[in-house]
Design a protein around this ligand. Structure first.
Ligand SMILES: Cc1cc2nc3c(=O)[nH]c(=O)nc-3n(C[C@H](O)[C@H](O)[C@H](O)COP(=O)(O)OP(=O)(O)OC[C@H]3O[C@@H](n4cnc5c(N)ncnc54)[C@H](O)[C@@H]3O)c2cc1C
Length: 371
């Protein structure tokens, strides 16, 4: 019987593993892939996470993270562009490096890892869980954390409302080498999408965009869609002209849903994107995943030290999650409406260009306080 079983080893699951193993709990984390691996993600992380990462002995600068201080936004035609200093700033670091580093940290703290294994079914039995893996193995634990990201077969098993609705969004990512200011995060709009570009480690850049399945369908292939939409933005064209693409093919994900979710489902405590995903435009999903895992770990430690029972734990976590993140997710969904559409995004960039307080206000909506 483990104290805590964590389903999924992205940032949320890994923070939970480090925090709970460090507190002396018996923790097992099941991750369906093997570290290190690539993920569709813009890989820009808000500086709000730094004090907490440092408290776990994680110093992104030691991993060669880039320092990002400025934001550039352009309209699809490239005729309108905005350059602003970020209020809080951030850093760029690939998930390939960061997740692997955190995996090693969690192992060092005593967490057990089952890699290359998938959680198939989670059943709550009176006061403990039985968790079945795809290979038939059954594990028991007192608590289960769902840290399985945006979309997983477990969402289907739990019959979560968002999983039954189709989502139009797809995400595509490359790592490239190019000439681009390393202190800048760019957000370039194009027809039915927007693309982030920022420096990560090793003089490499992340190029990651969100668009719709309909856009891809219209142009037939990714390459065709990119030349007909993404690279019609002259800023993107310039980046492409100087770029060496480092993968044979891009990382792609489908059906990205930003619909609200519950933080606790059938007694499973959801962490990171499994509890709620913010639109990538706000460049803040990783900070939220890390922060939600911190909050959850603190509540779980109160449970194991006898300060609250299961009902109190579930209630306290769900309530705290709402208090800290609900407004930010809502703001992200509203800001998302401004982008993707050619006309609206041009208007938005024009307004922000001429009204600096509005830019500052929008920036503030998209990140949290330093923790
Ligand atoms: C296009 C796009 C761009 C983005 N850009 C940024 C950005 O620039 N900055 C930012 O802060 N955020 C960004 N985000 C959001 C960010 O990627 C997520 O918020 C973050 O990855 C959430 O971490 P997580 O640990 O919750 O989930 P994940 O990192 O997705 O981890 C979930 C893990 O669970 C595993 N898993 C799933 N199902 C199972 C199972 N059944 N059994 C075992 N393992 C399982 C998966 O393999 C995965 O490793 C972006 C998102 C998208 C879609």
């Amino acid at each position: 019987m483990y104290d805590v079983l964590i389903a999924g080893g992205g940032l949320a699951g890994l923070v939970n593993a480090i925090q709970l193993a460090r507190a002396g709990l018996q923790v097992v984390l099941v991750e369906k892939k093997q570290y290190p691996f690539h993920k569709v993600c813009g890989e820009y992380i808000s500086n709000e996470v730094l004090p907490f990462l440092h408290s776990m002995g994680i110093y992104p600068q030691n991993l060669d993270a880039s320092t990002i201080t400025h934001l550039q936004v352009s309209s699809p035609s490239g005729k309108r562009a905005l350059l602003a200093e970020l209020d809080l700033g951030g850093f760029g670091l690939s998930r390939y490096v960061l997740d692997e580093f955190m995996y090693r940290k969690a192992k060092e703290k005593g967490a057990t890892f089952l890699l290359g294994k998938s959680v198939e079914q989670v059943s709550f039995r009176d006061d403990y869980f039985e968790v079945e893996l795809a290979d038939g193995q059954v594990l028991k634990s007192k608590l289960v954390i769902g840290a399985f990201g945006k979309r997983s077969r477990l969402d289907k098993q739990l019959n979560r409302p968002f999983i039954n609705e189709r989502s139009p969004y797809i995400g595509i990512k490359y790592h490239i080498q190019t000439t681009f200011p390393p202190h800048l995060i760019a957000l370039h709009n194009f027809k039915d999408g927007y693309c982030g570009v920022c420096a990560i480690e090793n003089n490499t850049y992340n190029l990651c965009y969100l668009t719709t399945r309909a856009n891809l369908k219209q142009y037939g292939t990714i390459e065709n869609m990119e030349s007909q939409t993404l690279y019609k933005n002259p800023y993107m064209q310039q980046i492409k002209q100087n770029a060496v693409f480092l993968y044979d093919k891009p990382e792609v994900i489908n059906e990205i849903s930003f619909a609200p979710k519950q933080a606790v489902e059938n007694h499973i405590l959801m962490s990171g994107d499994a509890a709620g995903l913010i639109t990538p435009l706000c460049g803040n999903g990783m900070a939220m995943a890390i922060h939600s895992a911190k909050i959850l770990s603190e509540q779980i430690i109160l449970y194991f030290t006898g300060h609250q029972n299961r009902n109190q734990l579930e209630y306290a976590y769900a309530r705290q999650w709402q208090q800290v993140f609900a407004r930010r997710l809502w703001a992200g969904r509203q800001i998302q409406h401004l982008f993707g559409s050619e006309w609206l995004s041009s208007m938005a960039v024009m307004l922000l260009q001429s009204f600096t307080p509005a830019t500052r206000f929008l920036m503030k909506q998209t990140h949290g306080k330093v923790f």
